[in-house]
Design a protein around this ligand. Structure first.
Ligand code: ZN
Ligand code: ZN
Length: 263
């Protein structure tokens, strides 16, 4: 399915359609001069994640963190991944671009991947592995947006892409509106490493790719499966992450999870 749509996206027919239909901003859909770009206003409004961020999960650290390098959540209960990186908060034009990416504009992966690569230096020999979509979503959408991003990242970084390294062994109900603890339970045991790629993963660093990091529950479940399969390190690279709002006691407010759910 994705093969056919990709062929179309790259074909002369697609170029002809571009000529007839003026290119639109990747976020607000305003006309732009060149395809696969943000308009100047959206580009200027991209919500870059400001330092300092947690060395482990990448969440912006509140002023009360002082000299701490990790957030309290990672300090208390370190996630199975070694580091998560994202260029943007899941807000404004960065959020709109994800919605477009998931709703037919798979070519936006080419715009997004270079921003992502700037936030994470790939270890030599790193394998790029997308978070898999469950089959029903894949059927409805026709492609996995995380796979499109991983494919572009691999192309830019001359790294190996293993699109089916992780398998979703059970469908997970929508995580919309769930707390972090509920999301962790929701995805527990939902992923495993494809036995075909077990040998390739053993002893190698893996970069797990997704569009958005919300609570980290999905990334943790995938990273756990990759670590159990012998990955030497698991870094998580996303286009955006939900940046929590901290209360005065330096606790992320649990109600602040992604409004659009996972997937
Ligand atoms: Zn725009
Ligand atoms: Zn953290």
């Amino acid at each position: 399915m994705p093969v056919a749509s990709r062929a179309l996206a790259l074909s002369p027919l697609s170029a002809a359609i571009d000529l007839l239909m003026p290119p639109r901003c990747a976020a607000c859909k305003a006309p732009v001069a060149r395809a696969n770009r943000f308009c100047p206003d959206c580009f200027a409004a991209l919500p870059a994640l400001a330092a300092p961020t947690c060395a482990r999960c990448g969440v912006p650290l509140p002023p009360q963190a002082g000299g701490a390098t990790e957030c309290l959540a990672c300090f208390r209960d370190p996630p199975p991944f070694d580091r998560a990186a994202a260029p943007f908060a899941y807000e404004g034009p960065a959020r709109l671009a994800v919605l477009r990416l998931k709703n037919g504009r798979e070519e936006l992966a080419r715009l997004m991947a270079p921003f992502m690569l700037r936030t994470l230096e790939l270890a030599p020999g790193a394998l790029l592995v997308p978070v898999p979509l469950h089959r029903l979503r894949l059927f409805v959408r026709g492609y996995n947006q995380a796979e499109r991003l991983a494919e572009e990242l691999a192309r830019l970084a001359c790294a190996r892409h293993l699109p089916d390294a992780l398998l979703r062994v059970r469908a997970t109900p929508s995580s919309r509106g769930l707390s972090r603890a509920q999301r962790v339970a929701n995805v527990a045991g939902a992923f495993r490493v494809n036995p075909r790629h077990a040998a390739a993963i053993r002893g190698r660093p893996v970069v797990l790719v997704d569009d958005v990091l919300t609570t980290g529950a999905t990334a943790s479940a995938c990273a756990g499966a990759l670590k159990r399969a012998g990955a030497s390190a698991v870094h998580v690279l996303t286009w955006a992450r939900v940046a929590p709002v901290f209360d005065a006691t330096y606790h992320a407010r649990p109600d602040r999870v992604g409004p659009d759910g996972e997937g």
